[in-house]
Design a protein around this ligand. Structure first.
Ligand code: HAM
Length: 418
């Protein structure tokens, strides 16, 4: 074989592009309806942004970033996620002094050097939303609830919302210490990466999936007895709002998430039927990130969802749904003069807003009819010598098989009527 796509990447071929376009349209429409406006940031940023924003002890920064020196000697990283770039742009463009909250959304490719498997890629796509400048639990509830509407419209069923709070700088340190104390006696039995996380980021011990670590301390202490009054009230407020909206959730004290910027709320959406990579999205609050990136103290909360995983989940739920765009008319032509006329007619009808195609390679009648069928044409208009002579076309309704002969000038109006 010749050159193939790099490991962990894939092509979205025309057969699947319809579904992707459907999802992209749905995301845009839903976010815009909720008052979010699109932000497009570069595919690459200064490496320092992610080191500072995402956190130097995270898997992303430690081992998954595509980092390189450009020809000017700058250290550059392909974006592994969209939150730090959105915050960077918020600060750089002074959005903090404009109308708050800033409600932003984005959609596009992200890059992480992970071990590829079903649902996990090195170039993947996210859609996400970020709210900056709103401290109350309404913002958290909104970023949890809105993607659920998108999942519902995609036909993804049985999404489980896992919810947790990881506290703030005033209550988290005491909990970290409590965790370290609890894990200290079993430290020797933990996996190598947990051993190294014990000092630097003990909360991550909670979400290690390895059997040995789970067995070493099956019931680690939870944060709930230790949240400060503010974090506690925030979490209660969020739960109350979710209950009001009818959003079900499971409290999962192990959900700490793999990015360092979170404070208070963390959450993740999980679904069945798509394999081990079952998190179709996740997010949380990041009240310190804007300041960390050089802006004024500004609370923030957001979410991002994996498009590939959403598409997999939608396909698992409704396997044979058709998303491919069809065609209004395919013009079948027999002979060179008819082909030229077909082109002319197609061009005119396209200008009138119809989806029209014609044969450009001189195939026979049968092959053209097969092609029209494949393109899911609603009508076929046939032009032979006879039709050319009379200025007419034989029109076949592909759903009923019915054939009529009409003037070529009437073609567009006729198709429109049906
Ligand atoms: P994240 O959990 O790292 O969060 O990624 C969000 C979602 O992106 C995941 O739940 C998953 O569906 C998808 N995803 C992540 N990595 C891959 C991969 N290698 N292949 C396929 N899909 C993947 C964030 O990125 C945060 N920025 C979310 C956020 C926004 N927090 C606050 N605001």
């Amino acid at each position: 074989m010749g050159i193939v796509a790099p490991r962990g990447t894939f092509d979205i071929m025309p057969d699947d592009a319809g579904l992707w376009q459907f999802v992209e349209g749905l995301v845009r429409e839903t976010f815009e309806k909720c008052g979010y406006r699109e932000i497009r940031t570069p595919m690459f940023e200064h490496t320092e942004l992610f080191e500072r924003g995402v956190g130097s002890t995270t898997d992303i920064v430690e081992k998954e970033m595509y980092t390189f020196k450009d020809r000017g000697g700058r250290l550059i990283t392909l974006r592994p996620e969209g939150t730090a770039p959105a915050v960077r742009a918020f600060v750089e463009h002074g959005l903090a002094s404009r109308a708050l909250p800033a409600k932003l959304y984005y959609m596009g490719p992200m890059f992480r050097y992970e071990r590829p498997q079903a649902g996990r890629y090195r170039q993947f796509h996210q859609f996400g939303m970020e709210v900056m400048g709103a401290a109350g639990p309404e913002a958290d509830a909104e970023v949890i609830a809105v993607p659920l509407e998108i999942f519902r419209a995609m036909g993804i069923q049985d999404v489980v919302v896992n919810l947790n709070s990881i506290g703030c700088p005033s209550c988290k340190p005491a909990y970290r210490q409590r965790l370290q104390e609890a894990y200290a006696p079993v430290l020797g039995r933990l996996c190598p990466s947990c051993k190294s996380r014990y000092d630097r980021n003990p909360l991550r011990l909670l979400d290690c999936k390895s059997e040995e670590c789970r067995a070493a301390l099956p019931e680690p202490p939870t944060i709930f007895g230790q949240l400060c009054p503010e974090c506690s009230a925030h979490f209660d407020g969020l739960r109350r709002l979710l209950d009001k909206l009818g959003v079900g959730y499971v409290i999962n004290p192990r959900l700490v998430r793999g990015l360092d910027y979170y404070t208070k709320t963390t959450f993740e959406y999980n679904v069945g039927g798509i394999g081990s990579q079952d998190a179709i999205g996740g997010g949380g609050r990041y009240d310190g990130l804007v300041e960390e990136c050089g802006g004024p103290p500004t609370p923030g909360v957001g979410v991002a969802c994996g498009m590939e995983r959403c598409v997999l989940a939608a396909q698992a739920n409704a396997a044979d749904q058709e998303y491919q765009a069809g065609m209004d008319v395919f013009i079948v032509s027999l002979g060179e003069a008819a082909r030229e006329r077909a082109f002319e007619l197609a061009h005119g009808m396209r200008r009138e807003g119809l989806a029209v195609d014609f044969d450009m390679i001189g195939r026979g009648l049968k092959a053209q009819m097969r092609y029209a069928d494949k393109m899911r044409a609603r009508f076929v208009a046939i032009l032979g010598d006879d039709e050319l002579a009379t200025g007419e076309a034989t029109v076949k309704d592909m759903s009923t098989g019915e054939q009529t002969r009409i003037a070529q000038a009437e073609l567009a109006a006729c198709v429109r009527r049906q």
